[in-house]
Every structure is written in structure tokens, then in C-alpha cells.
Ligand binder design. Structure first.
Ligand SMILES: Nc1ncnc2c1ncn2[C@@H]1O[C@H](COP(=O)(O)OP(=O)(O)OP(=O)(O)O)[C@@H](O)[C@H]1O
Ligand SMILES: [Mg+2]
Length: 147
């Protein structure tokens, strides 16, 4: 049923939780996994070489964030591709889902944000609202046991 699964990560615990669902479903469905990390827009008024340096730093940080997830997915024998993009996260996630023709998006309910009273963060909220494909929202273990 699922051929291409998009796993969105901001490096948070909740996203790590989402990985388990993405991995399990990808194994069941023999699906390819796209691991997506989005970094904030680098202001172009910085000028060179500051702009290029900031861009490189963000990409290197993204590579660090997704390395562990990539490793775990590859270890499970899955075909994996990473996507590190710039921009507002929800827009970039939705764009990758479209361009790569993913048929499922997997993400956490919360990320690194501080406002813990909300059930879902702004990125999850926007993706759920605008995605053309099903979205699986993983909830953190702590939250489940606190409920
Ligand atoms: N920069 C990002 N790149 C890729 N995926 C992301 C990014 N930010 C969030 N996500 C995905 O969205 C999920 C929910 O994070 P979200 O940012 O919506 O919550 P939050 O950080 O708690 O709240 P907010 O950002 O609104 O303060 C994460 O677990 C992750 O799967
Ligand atoms: Mg966030």
C-alpha cells in the first residue's frame, strides 16, 4: 500500500519515536524512506562569504541530525534517501512529499518547541492541514504514560 514514506525530523525525541513507525511500516510495505530535515532560511543580506558559510553550517547540522536515523533505517535493510532543505519546515515537508510522490508522511506530534500545552506543534499542524496523503503522527512515550 505504501511505496514511499516521508519521515520528517527536527532531531527531537518525538521525531525519533516517529522513526520507529516509519521503519516498521517501510519494512512491512517494502517502501523507500525519505528522511527530511529543514533548516531556517538563511538571510541573503549576510553577503559572501557569510551567506555560504551559514548555509554550509546548516547543511552540516542537518547531516548530523539525520545520520542516526539513516543508519537505523539502513540497518533494517531499507532503501533510504535524505533531503536537507531550507525554508519554513511544513512547506518544505509538503513540497518533498509532492515532488517525491510520497504516499505517507510520518512525523512527531511535538518537536523542539517549548509550548507544551499544545497537543501538536505548528509544523505538524500545518502538514496535517495541507497534506494530500495520510499523515501518521507519533506521540512521545512520556506523554502517553502521563495521559
Ligand atoms: N525543521 C524540521 N524539519 C523536519 N521536520 C520537522 C521540523 N520541525 C518539526 N518537524 C517535524 O514535526 C514534528 C512536530 O514538530 P513541531 O515543530 O510541529 O512541534 P514543536 O517544535 O513542539 O512546536 P513549534 O515548532 O510550533 O514551537 C517533529 O516531531 C518532526 O517530525
Ligand atoms: Mg518545532
Amino acid at each position: 500500500m505504501f511505496n514511499k514514506i516521508l519521515l520528517a525530523t527536527d532531531g527531537s525525541e518525538n521525531a525519533a519515536q516517529a522513526l520507529e513507525y516509519a521503519k516498521g511500516l517501510a519494512k512491512c510495505h517494502r517502501a523507500k524512506v525519505f528522511v527530511v530535515y529543514v533548516f531556517p532560511k538563511v538571510p541573503d543580506f549576510l553577503g559572501e562569504p557569510s551567506y555560504s558559510n551559514a548555509l554550509s553550517k546548516n547543511i552540516a547540522r542537518g547531516e548530523e541530525i539525520i545520520a542516526d536515523l539513516l543508519h537505523k533505517l539502513q540497518e533494517a535493510g531499507l532503501e533510504v534517501k535524505s533531503e536537507i532543505l531550507e525554508g519554513p519546515p511544513a512547506d518544505a515537508i509538503l513540497r518533498v512529499a509532492d515532488v517525491r510522490q510520497c504516499d505517507l508522511i510520518v512525523m512527531g506530534n511535538r518537536g523542539h518547541g517549548q509550548v507544551s500545552s499544545l497537543l501538536v506543534g505548528s509544523v505538524s499542524h500545518k502538514v496535517i492541514a495541507h497534506a494530500k496523503v495520510p499523515v501518521l503522527i507519533a506521540r512521545s512515550v512520556e506523554e502517553e504514560s502521563a495521559a
